[in-house]
Design a protein around this ligand. Structure first.
Ligand SMILES: [Zn+2]
Length: 715
C-alpha cells in the first residue's frame, strides 16, 4: 500500500500545485487529467505533437497513453499481442510518451485485458469466457473478438508478459487496465469458473473479490518492478455498481478511476458524477480519485466521435470537482479528437484553465457533512426489489430527496460502520439496505446507544450479508419493531396503501387539509406499536371507480415507527417509499422523507444554504480554509437528456458554522471570480451568493482565531 519512496517523478513537479509539499505522492499533486483514447487508425492520422500541445496547453497534469492488449500500439513481441495494422513498424506508444515528457506530463499506460482474437482462442481455448453451451463469448459489437476470463491464465500469463514488455521499453508512471472488471459480475462457464459457486451469489462474490485482489496485487507488484512510485489501477466506474468490494479496494488502491462518463440512460438524472464522487469518498480516506467526463456523445445511443452539449460536459465535470475528485476529460480517437469534430477542444480547455486558476481550493482535507447514507454494495449487487426498478434508480430516489432537503451528506459503505468512522454523523440513513450482517446491525445499535439517529425503510436488515432472509429484522431491537408477515404489494393497477394521520408530528409539517397521505407501492407489514403517528389504510381497487373506496378505512398497522432513545431519534418506514416516490412523482413521499431527516437531525446542520432552486451542495475543509460548492440543477433537463443551457438561480443565503478556534478572513466566489462581503458572529459566518449560473464555489479563507472566538467582523 505504501508507495515506497515518497518522491514524485521529476516531470510531475511542474504539473503539481505550487503549494504541494515535497512528501506528497505524485498522483496526489495532479489536478487535471487528459485522455485521447487511441484507435487502431490513429498511427495513420494523429498529429502527435498537436495531441501533446492540446493537453499541456489545457494544463493537464497527466495523460493516458495506449498500450492495449487487444492490439499493440508499439512493435510488441508478446505472442497474441497483435500489432495494430496502421503501425507500419512505428513505436507509436514511444512517440506519444516522448511528446508527453517534453511537456512535463505524467503518463499512465492504458491496457485492455478483456478481449482477444480468434488466433488466441485457437491456441489457448482456456483463456476465454464460455456460454453455458460451451461456446466462447464473442463480442456482438466487434465480431472476431472474444471475452477473456478473469479466472484464467490469460490474466496471469499473457497480461503480465505485456506489462513486463512495457516495463522493459518505457518509463510509465502508473498502469491502468480498462474493460476489467466489468460493471456486472461475470457469468462464465469455462472449466475454471465451473468450479466456482453460481455467479449471482454472495459465495461467488467472495471468490470474485479474492481473485480480484490477487490480480490487483500481482499487477501492482509488476508496476513496482520498474519503480517504487508506480502502481496499478483499473476501471472502477459505475458509481454504486462497481463489482469488487469497494471497502476492500479502498484499503489498497492508490487511485480510484471512476469511469462514469455521462448519463447512460435517457431517463438518468443529472447527478451521476457527484454520486460517483460520494462513492469514492466513502472508501478512500482522501486518496486520489478521478471521474471521467466523456467529451463525446455518452448515453443509451453513443457517437464516440461527436461532441456532446457543452453545458452537459460542464455540469458533469463540475460535479467531479465539487465531490472532491480530479476532473478528467476524455475524447476518443484522433479523427474525432483532433480531426473532424473540434467542438470538444474549447469546452475542455476553458474548463481546465478555469480550474487551474484556483488549484489551491481543490485540495480537500475532509468533507463537512452531518448525515451518512449507507450505500449498501451487497444490496446493490444481490437484492431483488419487488418494484420493476433498478437498484441504481433506488439510489437515485433517496438521492433526489436528499437534494430536495439540501442536506450535507456522505455515503457510507456497509463494511465501514465502525463507531469510530460514523460517530461524526448526527444521523445514518438506511434506504432499504436489505443485506446487513449481524455485526453491522450490532454496530448500528452501538451508534444509537452513543446518541446517533437512524432512518430506515422497507426491508432494511431483513437479509444477512449472505442474502439469506431472516425471520425478523436484524435491527428489530434497535428500532423496537417486528415484521408481521410477508411483503404486500398491489394487484394490477390497484391503489397502493395510504398513510392515515393519527396525531400531529414534525414529520408531517406541511400536510394540511388531509387525513391521509400517499403510502408506498410495497410494504413489509409491522406489528402494532403504541401511539402511532401514521397507520396503514390498505390498498384497494382503482378501476372501476365505482369500486374505488377503502374497504378497510382504519387499521392499527403502523405506516411509520418513531422512537426517541436518549438523544437518539429513530424513524422506520415499512413501505418502499423511495422507489414509489421515484416512479410516481408523489411529492408527499419526498416531503415525508425530508421532514423525517430534519426531525432526526433536530434541524441542525453545519451549513445551511437557503434560496430557490434544485441544487447539490458539497462542503470541504481545504488547504486555504473551507469551500462550499453549489451545483445548479434547476434545469428542464435535470431528469432527462442533457443540459442544453443553464438557468441561473438567485440569491443563496449561507450560514456556515466554523470549527472552534477558526475565523474567516476573506470569501471569494471562484466561478464569478470576485470577493463577496460576509458577516461573522460567534462560531458562524453568514454571506449571500448573489446568483448561481452553472456552479459556484465559495472559498472561505480561514485563520486561527487567537482565542477570541466571540469576535465580530463585518466586511
Ligand atoms: Zn471463466
Amino acid at each position: 500500500m505504501a508507495l515506497g519512496s515518497p518522491a514524485a517523478p521529476a516531470h510531475a513537479v511542474s504539473s503539481a500545485s505550487d503549494q504541494a509539499p515535497a512528501d506528497v505522492a505524485w498522483q496526489k499533486t495532479l489536478r487535471r487529467i487528459g485522455q485521447t483514447n487511441f484507435t487502431e487508425h490513429d498511427p495513420a492520422v494523429l498529429d502527435v505533437e498537436a495531441w501533446a500541445d492540446y493537453w499541456a496547453g489545457a494544463k493537464a497534469g497527466a495523460v493516458f497513453i495506449s498500450i492495449t492488449g487487444i492490439l499493440a500500439f508499439y512493435p510488441s513481441n508478446v505472442p497474441f499481442h497483435r500489432r495494430g495494422k496502421y503501425l507500419n513498424g512505428r513505436d507509436f506508444t514511444g512517440e506519444l510518451l516522448e511528446a508527453a515528457r517534453k511537456r512535463n506530463l505524467c503518463a499512465v499506460a492504458r491496457y485492455s485485458p478483456d478481449l482477444n482474437w480468434g488466433d488466441a482462442l485457437a491456441a489457448h481455448p482456456e483463456w476465454f469466457m464460455r456460454k453455458e453451451s460451451g461456446e466462447p463469448l464473442e463480442s456482438e459489437e466487434a465480431p472476431g473478438l472474444y471475452s477473456t476470463c478473469m479466472f484464467s491464465t490469460y490474466m496471469t500469463d499473457y497480461f503480465p508478459a505485456v506489462m513486463r514488455e512495457v516495463n522493459s521499453r518505457y518509463d510509465m508512471d502508473a498502469h491502468y487496465t480498462n474493460g476489467w472488471p466489468s460493471f456486472m459480475l461475470p457469468v462464465c462457464y469455462c472449466d475454471a469458473c465451473r468450479q466456482l459457486p453460481p455467479s449471482r451469489t454472495s459465495a461467488y462474490w467472495d471468490k470474485f473479490n479474492e481473485r480480484f485482489t490477487y490480480l490487483w496485487k500481482l499487477y501492482d507488484s509488476l508496476a513496482k518492478e520498474k519503480k517504487a512510485t508506480s502502481f496499478y489501477i483499473n476501471n472502477m466506474g459505475g458509481g454504486v455498481h462497481a463489482t469488487p468490494n469497494l471497502a476492500m479496494l479502498g484499503e489498497f488502491c492508490e487511485w480510484f478511476q471512476g469511469d462514469n462518463q455521462g448519463r447512460n440512460r435517457s431517463d438518468a438524472p443529472v447527478w451521476g458524477a457527484a454520486q460517483q464522487g460520494r462513492v469514492c469518498n466513502a472508501v478512500l480516506d482522501g486518496k486520489m480519485a478521478t471521474n471521467l467526463t466523456g467529451a463525446y456523445t455518452t448515453g443509451p445511443i453513443r457517437w464516440r466521435e461527436v461532441t456532446k452539449a457543452a453545458a452537459e460536459a460542464v455540469i458533469w465535470t463540475s460535479q467531479t470537482l465539487a465531490s472532491g475528485l480530479v476532473p478528467y476529460y476524455h475524447v476518443v480517437g484522433g479523427e474525432g479528437g483532433l480531426g473532424e469534430d473540434l467542438r470538444w477542444e474549447k469546452i475542455g480547455r476553458d474548463y481546465f484553465l478555469w480550474t487551474a486558476r484556483h488549484d489551491a481550493h481543490w485540495v480537500n482535507k475532509n468533507t463537512i457533512a452531518n448525515i451518512g447514507v449507507v450505500m449498501g454494495q451487497r444490496t446493490q449487487l444481490f437484492y431483488e426489489p419487488p418494484h420493476d426498478i433498478s437498484m441504481q434508480q433506488y439510489m437515485d430516489a433517496i438521492y433526489s430527496a436528499l437534494l430536495e432537503g439540501r442536506f450535507l451528506f456522505d455515503f457510507v459503505h456497509e463494511d465501514r460502520l465502525q463507531l469510530e468512522r460514523i460517530k461524526k454523523y448526527a444521523a445514518i440513513i438506511l434506504p432499504n439496505i436489505a443485506l446487513l450482517s449481524d455485526d453491522q446491525c450490532r454496530q448500528l445499535g452501538e451508534y444509537v446507544m452513543q446518541g446517533g439517529s437512524l432512518v430506515a425503510t422497507f426491508e432494511t436488515s431483513m437479509y444477512t450479508e449472505q442474502n439469506e432472509r431472516r425471520a425478523d429484522f436484524g435491527l428489530a431491537d434497535v428500532f423496537g419493531i417486528h415484521a408481521a408477515g410477508p411483503v404486500i404489494g398491489r394487484p394490477g393497477n390497484a391503489n397502493p396503501y395510504m398513510a392515515r394521520i393519527e396525531r400531529p408530528h414534525p414529520i408531517l409539517d406541511g400536510f394540511n387539509d388531509t387525513h391521509w397521505i400517499a403510502g408506498a407501492e410495497f410494504r413489509l407489514p409491522l406489528k402494532p406499536v403504541e401511539n402511532p403517528v401514521l397507520t396503514v389504510v390498505p390498498g384497494y381497487t382503482a378501476y372501476p371507480p365505482e369500486l374505488s373506496y377503502p374497504l378497510i378505512p382504519r387499521t392499527d398497522e403502523p405506516a411509520v415507527v418513531l422512537r426517541e432513545r436518549g438523544s437518539s431519534r429513530l424513524a422506520w418506514f415499512p413501505g418502499d417509499i423511495e422507489p414509489t416516490m421515484w416512479l410516481s412523482g408523489q411529492t408527499d413521499l419526498s416531503r415525508l422523507l425530508v421532514n423525517t431527516i430534519q426531525w432526526v437531525t433536530r434541524g441542525e446542520t453545519p451549513i445551511s444554504v437557503e434560496g430557490k432552486g434544485l441544487v447539490e451542495i458539497f462542503a470541504w475543509e481545504t488547504e486555504p480554509g473551507f469551500a462550499l460548492h453549489v451545483l445548479n440543477y434547476t434545469n428542464p433537463n435535470t431528469y432527462h437528456g442533457w443540459f442544453q443551457e443553464f438557468y441561473p438561480i438567485g440569491a443563496q443565503k449561507v450560514r456556515f458554522k466554523l470549527p472552534p478556534g477558526r475565523i474567516v478572513t476573506r470569501i471569494e466566489l471562484l466561478r464569478a471570480e470576485r470577493d463577496i462581503p460576509f458577516h461573522a458572529e460567534g462560531d458562524a459566518v453568514e454571506f449571500t451568493i448573489p446568483s448561481v449560473a452553472d456552479y459556484e464555489v465559495a472559498a472561505l479563507y480561514s485563520a486561527k482565531s487567537n482565542g477570541s472566538t466571540g469576535s465580530r467582523v463585518d466586511r
